[in-house]
Design a protein around this ligand. Structure first.
Ligand SMILES: NC(=O)c1ccc[n+]([C@@H]2O[C@H](COP(=O)([O-])OP(=O)(O)OC[C@H]3O[C@@H](n4cnc5c(N)ncnc54)[C@H](OP(=O)(O)O)[C@@H]3O)[C@@H](O)[C@H]2O)c1
Length: 326
């Protein structure tokens, strides 16, 4: 089979499109024919050796997969050959076939395309876990989303709105902000041109925001925290900006506020029942037409390095997906 392979840590242009051996499923695994795999920011980090773990070489990046079951391991599985599934792997998705644990797979809803299915789990799973389980978001609260047009950011805008919150979206271009408005943002802040803290205070009549959804980091984190409301929750989702912020902790004392970590992958491993319930809720919302991922662009498997470059250069709105049919 063909795959995009990382033989050494480096930039996307060091990845190789090459032939690799097809793996066989162990007891609790299934082999799927990958039909689509979305691109997530961690894919840009794992190929550079900058992610939370470093897979042994050679490996393929890619986590968010949708496809058809080709083979089932010896252990009993809820899936059979030919089933259409959506699932999550630590890496290996930028390939024609991948092994996945049965427990990390879900039946693909009938009305969902393979591309939409691949764009679904990680972004919605993370945002929903963050807003529901980590922020305990209440109806009528105000949420500030940083990097709001990105993969997790845009799903946070959409979900916060669906959960009854008022949403302020912050992003770096007018086009990105316009997309956030299409996905339900009530207010927008162009954080390259406007002062983030002052604008948040203005938009909330001095009260500040109840929840900050922060997948960006850098200097925006402290600016946002300085505009948090009494008993606010600042969700630490990621550091797409490349800089892990050092926050003066007195800011939390002054507002009775919390800084709360979010790690969807670990949550899914440590609290599988809760994670499953979240995913079922998200798939139900999709089936009822209440949520739908925004697909900015699709790429062939061979063009996966270009997809990673586009993400690193901040060119992406919503999700980009490797479509094996291209
Ligand atoms: N904690 C978890 O469980 C979890 C799960 C998934 C992802 N994440 C993390 O969440 C973050 C976002 O992931 P994603 O897949 O949504 O990425 P994405 O689609 O690329 O979105 C990231 C957003 O960050 C902003 N940004 C600011 N500075 C940037 C820079 N130097 N390079 C790239 N983007 C920059 C961009 O918006 P503007 O141009 O508008 O600033 C962009 O839209 C990443 O740090 C990822 O590792 C965490």
């Amino acid at each position: 089979m063909k795959a995009i392979v990382c033989n050494q840590f480096g930039q996307p242009n060091t990845l190789q499109y090459q032939e690799v051996a097809t793996p066989s499923p162990k007891e609790d695994e299934i082999l799927i024919s990958v039909k689509a795999c979305s691109v997530n920011f961690p894919d840009t980090l794992i190929i550079q050796g900058k992610y939370q773990f470093r897979p042994p070489f050679p490996f393929s990046p890619g986590s968010d997969v949708a496809g058809i079951v080709l083979q089932v391991g010896k252990q009993r599985s809820p899936f059979k050959v030919g089933d259409a599934v959506v699932g999550f792997v630590p890496f290996g998705g930028f390939a024609e076939q991948v092994l996945i644990k049965s427990s990390d797979c879900f039946p693909k809803p009938k009305g969902m395309t393979m591309v939409n299915a691949a764009a679904f789990l990680l972004a919605y799973g993370t945002s929903y876990h963050a807003l529901k389980d980590r922020a305990n978001l209440l109806k009528d609260e105000t949420v500030l989303v940083l990097g709001a047009s990105g993969g997790v950011g845009l799903t946070a805008v959409e979900l916060a709105k669906l959960m009854g919150a008022k949403v302020i979206a912050a992003a770096s271009t007018k086009e990105k902000l316009a997309l956030c408005q299409q996905f339900g943002a009530d207010e927008v802040i162009h954080y390259q041109e406007e002062n983030l803290k002052d604008r948040v205070k203005e938009l909330t009549n001095g009260k500040g925001v109840d929840v900050i959804f922060d997948p960006v980091g850098g200097s925006f984190s402290e600016a946002a925290l300085r505009a948090i409301a009494w008993k606010g929750r600042h969700l630490v989702v990621g550091f797409a900006n490349g800089e892990i912020p050092k926050i003066p902790v007195n800011l939390t004392l002054l507002k009775g506020a919390s800084i709360v970590g979010v790690f969807w992958g670990a949550f899914a491993q440590k609290e599988p029942q809760k994670s499953l319930a979240n995913i079922q809720q998200l798939l139900t919302w999709f089936s009822k037409g209440k949520i739908n991922p925004h697909i900015d662009k699709t790429y062939s498997l061979q063009d996966a390095p270009k997809a990673l470059e586009d993400m690193m250069q901040r060119k992406v709105k919503g999700k980009i997906v490797i479509d094996m049919e291209l």
